[in-house]
Design a protein around this ligand. Structure first.
Ligand SMILES: Nc1nc2c(ncn2[C@@H]2O[C@H](COP(=O)(O)OP(=O)(O)OP(=O)(O)O)[C@@H](O)[C@H]2O)c(=O)[nH]1
Ligand SMILES: [Mg+2]
Length: 232
């Protein structure tokens, strides 16, 4: 008898992404059974568009990438998921590549898979120089301290539900992705990367396109690395 196929849930943190969120949901492959949008107090039609495309929308009034993901995860837990796929709501990631991101977990060779934009191709202007440098520095530090050779902190990623529960994620902001990778290394999870492509976002840039946003995200990421190092 064929074993039952794993239940795969996608989580999309979203703040004012009405122009792109529908396309992200529509382009996800059929093997994703449920989409949960962590709506961070959007003042546009993000929630309506997401619902029109069949997603469940969870509201999180507290701003912050991690806060949106945590709210969506609370809901995800009610659906007995096997695998969680994370993807941004601005259409920078290509949802059709979810198949590649999920494959190592489906094959049983990985517990967490990061879609790496450093291994793949990024459209001109989609990643700013400070962002590239920040990702390079952060992944070098992870390699140095925890000995796992990640090349990116990209948002497009998949992890088994069982592993995610073990990581006990805490960060409520842009430390979310780096925290997950460091904790995965600390817990000895089987970590893998696959190349993904990255495009110019749809809609207006909120973080990386502004100097203030980049500096803030960089500081939060470095602080998270320091905190995890202290608590190793
Ligand atoms: N900026 C921001 N984004 C959030 C928040 N909560 C959820 N998001 C979503 O998190 C994802 C990543 O944020 P982005 O604004 O795309 O961040 P980025 O890719 O570093 O930079 P830009 O695409 O240039 O804005 C998007 O889907 C946002 O809608 C939040 O509180 N602030
Ligand atoms: Mg973006």
């Amino acid at each position: 008898m064929k074993p039952p196929s794993p239940r795969i849930l996608a989580i999309i943190p979203a703040l004012n992404e009405e122009a792109s969120i529908g396309r992200v949901i529509a382009d996800l492959p059929d093997l994703v059974s449920t989409v949960i949008v962590g709506n961070n107090g959007s003042t546009d039609r993000t929630a309506e568009v997401a619902r029109e495309h069949g997603a469940l929308v969870v509201h999180q009034s507290e701003r912050g990438y991690g806060a949106a993901c945590l709210a969506a995860l609370d809901e995800a837990g009610k659906h007995e998921p096997d695998i969680i796929l994370f993807i941004d709501g601005d259409y920078s990631d290509d949802p059709t590549e979810a198949v590649d991101v999920l494959q190592p977990i489906l094959n049983g060779t990985a517990d967490i898979v990061i879609g790496s934009r450093a291994l793949g191709t990024s459209e001109r202007g989609s990643l700013t120089p400070p962002q590239r440098f920040g990702n390079w520095l952060s992944t070098r530090l992870i390699r140095l301290f925890w000995n796992v050779p990640f090349t990116d902190l990209g948002p497009f990623r998949a992890i088994t539900w069982e592993s995610l529960e073990r990581l006990n994620m805490q960060d409520r902001n842009f430390g979310w992705t780096v925290e997950m990778q460091i904790k995965a290394a600390k817990h000895g999870l089987r970590c893998q990367e696959v190349p993904v492509r990255y495009r110019q976002r749809i809609g207006t840039s909120k973080v990386s396109g502004t100097i203030k946003g980049s500096v803030m995200a960089g500081v939060i990421i470095l602080k998270t690395i320091a905190k995890e190092w202290w608590t190793t």
